[in-house]
Design a protein around this ligand. Structure first.
Ligand code: SF4
Length: 353
């Protein structure tokens, strides 16, 4: 058996118990320590749009601007916007009557919209259009008399919002056992939807379990898992086998970031979710030559840059960007923000490029 390293065949390792032929010692070349920087990574179009909305609202309407829940699931982004005057609240009851409030990228239920009306709040909706698409599907299926099964994590804000579109007919499932336990009035009139940020593999197996239980189940025309979640997972799948470690920049409560760690671990490549470079434990790098670095859809590039600089300081001199697929998606801004830009003094307010 020959051992292959990046610089060629090192030798026949099965012969290692034999007496050495050469008595003199020589240096075996040390494998290069390198970083593979995955692309696409980091901010998706929904996150760029949501952050733009808060920044433009602050610039045009002035602080304070209230934001219901974290605008996106990233502590660096939230802290940065808080410094600029955004006030993050958990519920609308914390927003003074008549004030301006922004809904996060994860969306809200109709019950939340109703509470905003009752309190006379001026609402700006930063819900990602791909989350809104799932809401529209939920409304459509419910109107057609289907029982709805929503595959997702029930404590996630997006799932709370989608379930809230048709709470009387929607059940949330996150494991095959929960699929087994489902009871519906008519097994021939069931539809499924999924959270946008699930693991592709997990969603596939859950949908298979649903199809086995309800052979006539129907679903959305196109999958609900969003392009950004899919692309970042595909990038990890393509590169994890050639890496000793995958570092995922993202916050603990970021669903799509957690899924990237799972994808890597499922391929037997160790992986950690890190909020920033400071979270890297030096022992993770023991015996590691190739580190792949990616970032969840809500993690800013500045944090990725810090991670790469940290790795360079530890001897990972070669940094190669590995573009697995191109990604060029942009979403338009909501009408309230478009109007705000139009009425602001020229060039004072610009969305990010
Ligand atoms: S991760 Fe997907 S669903 Fe969530 S904000 Fe980004 S594009 Fe939208």
């Amino acid at each position: 058996m020959f051992l292959l390293c990046e610089r060629g065949i090192l030798g026949d390792v099965t012969a290692s118990t034999a007496e050495p032929i050469l008595q003199e010692t020589f240096d075996v070349p040390t494998p290069t320590k390198r970083v593979l920087l995955l692309k696409p990574r980091g901010f998706c179009a929904g996150v760029v749009r949501a952050i733009d909305i808060v920044q433009i609202a602050l610039e045009t309407f002035g602080a304070p601007i209230y934001v219901r829940k974290e605008i996106v699931h990233n502590s660096y982004v939230v802290n940065d916007l808080a410094k600029k005057g955004a006030i993050f609240v958990n519920e609308l009851e914390e927003v003074p009557e008549g004030e301006r409030v922004i809904y996060s990228a994860h969306g809200v239920s109709p019950a939340v919209r109703q509470r905003a009306r009752e309190r006379g709040l001026k609402v700006i909706d930063a819900t990602c259009p791909l989350v809104t698409k799932v809401h529209v599907e939920a409304i459509k299926f419910a109107k057609q008399g289907y029982s709805l099964v929503l595959v997702g994590h029930r404590d996630h804000e997006e799932v709370e919002g989608t379930q809230g579109e048709a709470p009387a007919v929607t059940q949330v499932v996150s494991t095959p056992e929960e699929v087994d336990a489902l009871v519906v009035p008519d097994p021939n009139k069931v539809a499924y939807l999924t959270q946008t940020t699930l693991s592709l593999d997990e969603a596939r197996s859950m949908i298979e379990a649903l199809k086995a239980k309800f052979p006539n189940i129907t679903g959305p025309h196109a999958q609900d898992i969003c392009y950004a979640t899919e692309n970042r997972q595909v990038a990890v799948k393509n590169v994890a086998h050639g890496a000793d470690l995958v570092l995922v920049v993202g916050s603990r409560n970021s669903s799509n970031s957690n899924r990237l760690v799972e994808v890597s671990k499922n391929l037997d490549t160790s992986s950690y979710l890190i909020d920033s470079a400071e979270a890297i434990q030096p022992e993770w790098l023991d015996g590691v030559n190739t580190v792949a670095v990616t970032a969840g859809a809500s993690a800013p590039e500045i944090l990725v840059k810090d991670v790469v600089e940290y790795l360079q300081s530890k001897g990972y001199g070669d940094v190669d960007e590995v573009e697995v697929m191109p990604e060029n998606v942009r979403f338009g801004l909501p009408p309230e923000i478009v109007q705000a830009i139009a009425s602001a003094p020229k060039s004072s307010v610009q969305p990010s490029a």
